[in-house]
Design a protein around this ligand. Structure first.
Ligand SMILES: Cc1cc2nc3c(=O)[nH]c(=O)nc-3n(C[C@H](O)[C@H](O)[C@H](O)COP(=O)(O)OP(=O)(O)OC[C@H]3O[C@@H](n4cnc5c(N)ncnc54)[C@H](O)[C@@H]3O)c2cc1C
Length: 453
């Protein structure tokens, strides 16, 4: 059985539901496929933190229902491994009621005219004459197969990226290496003792509890907490084991609301987010902030940018890779270059030990404002200058050299991503430059060459 649409969106998480909303609102016939059904729609294992700037940007198209916001956040408390240093970084945002958020977004997509196929699992792309022309899916209730045909397919199936990764040999099928993911686990718990400063999310750096990542407390209220951790994928450690051993005993838990884990792509941008008849969004496009693993905002951003380019493709009647390439360019200029900058810093941070982190945080090598700027927006040159000066009087030249080298390469690699080619023709030459620069940097901080997945 088959059915035809203008656009098929596989996956009704934040990216897919928002893209379906925007495209349906623009008048396209949209099928929104979601594996989950009934009460499960909207359920997502997540830290649920979202910066205010993402909400403000979204509100230009769709104003969030206030019920999706569980707690208003004023900033971040960042703790050193020995917990002797606490930096308070400003930055407004929310802890979402993630279930309400996910459900609300899907409802808005449907209200705008998208057809929701709940309980349908996309199993792979349909390819004809070198172009994606639809998605194969299975109805989980009946087990029957169905083909969803369209001019453009959006892969929004999250980090599994089940559509794009099945296009073997295509540029867009680039797989994720274990070095480029974080394994995360979190619980939403009710606790006996109220957490201090519930208007602040708390991030704990500790390379023994959460190596290559961090552990967190994101308060939904003073006594209802989203607590979890992420561990660098290459270490192949189970985050739940670490959670139960080192984090859970810190709380008097009187109940659990939801538990779960998942993996998060924490890397530089994919080489390309498009192919003939296909775009990738959100986690399926590895669009996450590599430093802190936040990807809800980028799921919204990729939905917005890709739907703009898809609408143009319909105007021209051209759905080829070159017609959709503009999405790559918009993405790299808007966020991809900052993602690459942050990826460089992420790699450097993953090589530091607790001693380095205690030292760096206690000396306030970066101020609270600079940390906010780095984590949210990427680097700038004034930071570089500061590092040069500081190197002259701080007692750890090797650490400071590593930091200043990383800032310098973050800038250079970010600039390369800003110069992302306008068409596929320039891509291989451009990417060779990226690999060269990354490998130079990696050698300087003691990592081997960029792994091939
Ligand atoms: C433990 C953890 C904590 C996190 N904390 C934060 C945080 O605090 N802040 C933040 O911004 N980000 C956080 N993230 C990342 C964030 O959750 C993701 O970046 C974001 O949800 C990505 O949205 P998405 O729509 O791309 O993917 P998803 O939200 O994963 O949505 C994908 C959807 O596709 C569906 N699907 C999957 N396969 C198929 C298929 N074959 N067919 C049909 N449907 C399918 C899924 O059921 C799902 O509904 C966290 C992630 C984890 C795992």
């Amino acid at each position: 059985m088959s059915e035809r649409f203008d656009v098929v969106v596989a996956g009704a998480g934040t990216a897919g539901a928002y893209a379906a909303y925007l495209l349906a609102k623009a008048g396209f016939r949209v099928a929104l496929l979601e594996s989950k059904s009934g009460d499960q729609i909207g359920v997502k294992t997540c830290g649920d933190g979202l910066g205010l700037h993402h909400v403000e940007r979204m509100s230009k198209n769709l104003t969030p229902n206030p019920k999706v916001f569980q707690n208003k956040i004023e900033g971040v408390e960042l703790f050193s491994p020995d917990e002797r240093t606490r930096l308070v970084v400003r930055g407004e945002g929310y802890v979402l009621d993630r279930f309400a958020w996910g459900k609300w977004l899907v409802e808005e997509a449907v209200r705008a005219g998208a057809s929701l196929f709940e309980g349908y699992t996309a199993t792979g792309p349909i390819v004809e004459n070198g172009a994606v022309v639809g998605v194969k899916a299975v109805d989980r209730k009946t087990g029957s197969a169905k083909e969803f045909l369209a001019k453009v397919v959006a892969d929004a199936t999250g980090s599994a990226a089940v559509v794009r990764t099945k296009l073997a040999g295509w540029l867009i099928s680039e797989p994720l290496h274990p070095e480029d993911v974080s394994h995360a686990y979190r619980e939403i718990v009710y606790v006996e003792e109220p957490v201090e400063n519930p208007q602040y999310i708390k991030i704990y750096l500790d390379q023994t509890v959460s190596p290559g990542g961090y552990w967190w407390i994101f308060p939904r209220s003073a006594t209802m907490l989203n607590v979890g951790l992420g561990i660098w994928g290459i270490l192949k450690q189970n985050p739940r084991t670490s959670y139960e051993k080192a984090i859970l005993p810190r709380f008097k838990v009187r109940g659990k609301y939801h538990i779960g884990g998942g993996f998060i792509p924490t890397r530089r941008p994919l080489k390309s987010l498009v192919g003939n008849g296909i775009v990738a969004l959100g986690d399926a496009a590895a669009a996450v902030n590599p430093i802190h693993g936040g990807g809800i905002g980028q799921a919204l951003l990729t939905a917005e940018l890709s739907s703009r380019v898809i609408a143009k493709a319909f105007e021209r009647g051209d759905f080829s890779e070159s017609a959709l390439w503009e999405y790559n360019v918009l993405y790299m200029r808007e966020w991809g270059y900052r993602q690459a900058q942050l990826d460089v810093l992420r790699l450097m941070l993953q090589t530091l030990d607790n001693d380095d982190l205690n030292f760096g945080l206690s000396r306030r090598i970066l101020t609270e404002d600079e940390i906010y700027h780095l984590a949210a927006k990427g680097t700038n040159l004034s930071l570089l200058d500061k590092f040069r000066v500081m190197m002259q009087f701080l007692g750890r030249p090797a650490l400071l050299k590593k930091l200043s080298t990383s800032i310098q390469y973050a800038k250079e690699i970010g600039d390369l991503y800003l110069a992302y080619p306008e068409s596929r023709e320039g891509l291989e030459r451009w990417y060779a430059e990226v690999v060269k620069k990354y490998n130079e940097f990696r050698e300087k901080i003691g990592l081997g060459p960029l792994p091939t997945a």
